[in-house]
Design a protein around this ligand. Structure first.
Ligand SMILES: [Zn+2]
Length: 262
């Protein structure tokens, strides 16, 4: 026993003296120490390894990965410094990390008709209902909101960010500058995404240096069968492989951001 302790002590001392640390982030860092499939499909609760993001106009608690929080704060501070002094809008969060259970609640409230969509679901087939949900909402286990890298800002309404909208100046600044901080708008105009995937969402932003890797791992996991959705929410069996198209169809600009330039 004594001998084992002594050997361990020597081993630890050796590392302390040499001060060697791994440079390349390991896969464990990508999943913040959680099991890979659980992380990718949002089967964990906040805060867990996530950090709270506190902004004055946030209406509720928000959590993101620590590195995403840091980049977001930096971007917000720079926006505040550079915007016209007469412009009163700030960047704040309306949604951030959502786990599997939360997403299941959103999905099933639309699937059962409890929450209204663009058109009523009465008389529609499960396939048709799913197509309607997928215009704006992800199936549980397939949402980028599961990763702590993605968030929605200010208003879930494209009009807010467009001509005559209160968020036009803010959006134009983001389009010009967000990439420097590592952020992209994954659901941009459908025409740049071969008309596949979710409708455009000017409010949804993603921290590409990490979400690019998570997207690839999710696709690999789904294709290999490691990620299984069957039976885990209403309509999962009808959804089938369509989930893959929705995860894949994102703004190609995101892929070009490897590391933030700031
Ligand atoms: Zn979103």
């Amino acid at each position: 026993m004594f001998r084992t302790k002594y050997v361990s002590l020597l081993f630890v001392s050796f590392f302390l003296v040499c001060g060697e640390k791994p440079v390349k982030p390991s896969k464990a860092d990508l999943y913040l120490g959680l099991e890979k499939t659980s992380y990718l499909t949002g089967k964990f609760s906040s805060p867990g390894p996530l950090a709270p993001v506190i902004l004055e106009e946030n209406g509720k608690d928000h959590f993101l990965r620590p590195e995403v929080k840091k980049a977001l704060h930096q971007m917000i501070n720079d926006f505040e410094d550079s915007k016209p002094s007469s412009y009163k809008q700030h960047i704040f969060l309306v949604s951030s990390f959502r786990n599997f259970t939360h997403q299941k609640g959103i999905w099933e409230s639309k699937f059962t008709g409890k929450k209204a969509m663009r058109v009523p679901i009465k008389g529609k087939t499960p396939e048709e209902i799913i197509s309607l949900i997928l215009e704006f909402s992800s199936a549980p286990g397939t949402s980028r909101h599961h990763w702590g890298t993605d968030f929605d800002i200010n208003a879930l309404d494209n009009g807010y960010f467009e001509e005559n909208g209160k968020g036009k100046i803010l959006y134009d600044w983001l389009k010009q500058n967000a990439g420097k901080y590592g952020f992209c708008q994954p659901y941009n105009s459908l025409s740049t995404r071969n008309n596949k995937g979710y409708q455009e969402e000017k409010w949804h932003w993603s921290y590409a240096p990490i979400s690019n890797q998570l997207t690839k791992e999710w696709i690999k996991g789904f294709e290999s069968g490691e990620i299984q959705l069957t039976g885990s929410f209403l309509g999962a069996d009808v959804l089938g492989n369509r989930a893959l198209d929705y995860v894949r169809s994102i703004n190609p600009d995101c892929e070009r951001i490897q590391n933030p330039s700031l």
